[in-house]
Design a binder for this molecule. Structure first.
Ligand code: ADP
Length: 469
C-alpha cells in the first residue's frame, strides 16, 4: 500500500457495484483534484459525477467479466481546478479477485496524457495546414537536407520531372536542369547553402511532359537551434508563359530599335549638315537645327541603350579592354555632363592612383548613367557628388545625391530590366534600363554595383572594380 501511495501513476481501488473508493494514491488525487477525505470512502460517481458517462460501463464490464480493460488516450471530462474540461488518459482497469475467485472490485491505474495528445494534435494540424499549403500553391514543392541534397520521397518533383526516386536523390535533381543553367544554378545554390539565406533563382528544368520549361525557385532554409542548416523547403513555379512573353517583348524591342537606328543616323547626318550651312546665314534656323540635333542625339542614346539590352540578352555586348587613366575619364565625363545641367553642380572629390584596366566607354556609360540619375532624381537639390577612391587592388566610385531616395523594398529591384520605382515613374521619364546595363557592365568587370538610400534622404550609388582585370 505504501508503494502504491507513492507511485508516480494514479492508482485507486474501487470496491463493489458502487465503486466505493477504498484507496487513492496522491497521484490519483491530483489527477482528479480531490482531497483524500472527500474522495476516499465514497462512491466514485458521487464525487466524480462528470466521469460516469465515460467510464461506468467500462468498469461494469471489468467487474462482470473479469477481463481487464486498457484505455488508450481516452478523452474524459473532468472537473478540476474550478472548471470542467476534457482531458486524455491512458489507464488500466484490473479486476480485483478474492481468494474464492469472486470479483469484488477494480483497481484503476491511470496516467494523464493530455499534453502528449494535444501536442500531437497540434503537429497533425500543422501537417494538415502544410499539406493544404502544398496543394494551394501553384508550384512544385520539395525539400532538401542541410547539404542541399534531395532526401526521401518527393512526389511533386517526381511527377514534374519524371525522375525516379533513385534518380533525384542527393544531387540527382540537378541533372534535370538545362545544361546552360546547370553551373549558375549550382553556384547560386552553393552560395545560398553557405549563407543560409532564402534562395531565389530562375532556371530551365526538363519536365516529363513538355521538355525544358522555365521555373522560378524560392527556397527557405530551416535552421537548427545552433544556427546550422537543417533543411530547405522550396517551390518551383512555372514561369514559362511569362518568359515567352518577355522574350517576345525583348525581341520586338530589339527589332524595332534596329529599324529605327538607320533612318535616325541618316537624319542626324542631314541635320548636322543643315546646322553647318545655316550657321553662316540664318541664326534662328541654325538654333532650331541645333535643338533638333540635340533631340536626335538623345533619341540615338535611347535606341543604343535598347540595343544594349538586347545584346546583353543574347550575350553579345562586346567589351574592349584597355588600360587607361581613370581620373581623366571621370573628369571629362563630369565636364560633359556639367555642360548639360544648368540646375546642379557636380562636385568631384578623391582620385585613384593607378591606371585602370577596363572598357573605358562602357565604364563611362556607367558613370554617365549614375550622374544623370543623381541629377534627374534630385530636382530640388543644387549639388550632386562623385568620389573616387582606391584601396590596394580595387577602386570605388561613389555617386551621391540629396534627392527623392528609394524605398528599401525597391532597392534590389532597380537593377532589374525595365524596373522603375512606381512612385517615381509618374514624375520622371525613363525606360528603367540604365541601371540594368550598368549592373551588367560592372559585373563583366568583376565588380559590384549597389545602392544605399532612404526615401526623402537621397541616394548613394557605389561601384567597385578591380584595378586590373
Ligand atoms: P530610368 O532612370 O531610365 O527609369 P534606371 O535603370 O537608370 O532607369 O533606374 C531605374 C529606377 O531606379 C528609376 O526609374 C528610379 O526609380 C530609380 N533610381 C535610379 N537612380 C535613382 C536616384 N539617384 N534616386 C532615386 N531613384 C533612383
Amino acid at each position: 500500500r505504501n508503494t502504491m501511495k507513492q507511485a508516480p501513476v494514479g492508482i485507486a481501488i474501487l470496491r463493489g457495484l458502487q465503486y466505493i473508493v477504498e484507496m487513492a494514491n496522491d497521484a490519483y488525487l491530483q489527477l482528479v483534484d480531490k482531497k483524500e477525505n472527500e474522495f476516499v470512502g465514497n462512491p466514485l460517481f458521487d464525487t466524480l459525477p462528470e466521469v460516469e458517462e465515460a467510464v461506468h460501463a467500462l468498469l461494469d464490464n471489468v467487474l462482470n467479466t473479469g477481463v481487464p480493460y486498457h484505455g488508450n488516450e481516452v478523452p474524459i471530462p473532468v472537473n478540476r481546478y474550478g472548471k470542467q474540461e476534457v482531458f486524455y488518459f491512458d489507464f488500466l482497469y484490473h479486476p480485483l479477485k478474492e481468494e474464492d475467485g469472486k470479483i469484488s472490485g477494480v483497481i484503476a491505474i491511470v496516467t494523464e496524457v493530455t499534453e502528449k495528445v494535444e501536442t500531437r494534435k497540434k503537429i497533425e494540424e500543422s501537417e494538415q495546414r502544410f499539406q493544404a499549403a502544398v496543394e494551394a500553391v501553384e508550384g512544385i514543392l520539395w525539400t532538401n537536407n542541410g547539404k542541399g541534397e534531395m532526401e526521401g520521397e518527393q512526389s511533386g518533383w517526381a511527377s514534374l520531372t519524371g525522375q525516379t526516386y533513385e534518380e533525384y536523390q542527393g544531387y540527382g535533381w540537378a541533372r534535370t536542369v538545362h545544361p546552360d543553367d546547370a553551373q549558375p544554378t549550382l553556384d547560386a545554390w552553393n552560395e545560398a547553402l553557405q549563407e543560409r539565406k532564402i534562395f531565389i533563382f530562375e532556371h530551365r528544368v526538363k519536365t516529363k511532359v513538355e521538355g525544358y520549361k522555365y521555373f522560378s525557385i524560392r527556397a527557405i532554409p530551416l535552421l537548427n537551434p545552433d544556427g546550422s542548416l537543417r533543411e530547405w523547403v522550396g517551390v518551383h513555379s512555372d514561369i514559362q508563359d511569362q518568359k515567352v512573353r518577355e522574350e517576345k517583348k525583348d525581341e520586338f524591342i530589339s527589332i524595332a530599335s534596329h529599324e529605327m537606328k538607320t533612318p535616325l543616323t541618316t537624319a542626324k547626318a542631314y541635320l548636322q549638315m543643315l546646322e553647318l550651312i545655316l550657321a553662316e546665314n540664318n541664326e534662328d534656323a541654325s538654333l532650331y537645327a541645333k535643338k533638333a540635333n540635340q533631340s536626335v542625339n538623345r533619341l540615338n542614346e535611347l535606341i543604343s541603350e535598347l540595343l544594349d539590352v538586347s545584346k546583353i540578352r543574347l550575350g553579345k555586348l562586346n567589351y574592349t579592354f584597355t588600360t587607361f587613366n581613370f581620373n581623366e575619364m571621370i573628369e571629362s565625363t563630369v565636364e560633359n555632363i556639367q555642360l548639360t545641367s544648368l540646375t546642379h553642380s557636380i562636385i568631384k572629390t578623391g582620385q585613384v592612383n593607378d591606371n585602370v584596366t577596363g572598357d573605358i566607354d562602357r565604364l563611362q556609360q556607367v558613370v554617365i548613367n549614375l550622374l544623370t540619375n543623381a541629377i534627374k532624381y534630385s530636382p530640388g537639390a543644387e549639388k550632386v557628388f562623385i568620389n573616387l577612391a582606391q584601396e590596394k587592388d580595387s577602386i570605388t566610385v561613389t555617386v551621391k545625391d540629396a534627392g527623392i531616395g528609394i524605398a528599401q523594398q525597391s532597392l534590389d529591384k532597380i537593377f532589374e530590366k525595365y524596373h522603375r520605382v512606381e512612385e517615381h515613374a509618374v514624375h520622371f521619364q525613363g525606360l528603367g534600363i540604365g541601371l540594368f546595363i550598368s549592373y551588367e557592365i560592372i559585373q563583366r568587370h568583376h565588380g559590384r554595383l549597389w545602392a544605399e538610400s532612404k526615401p526623402g534622404k537621397g541616394s548613394t550609388f557605389y561601384f567597385t572594380i578591380p584595378v586590373k582585370q
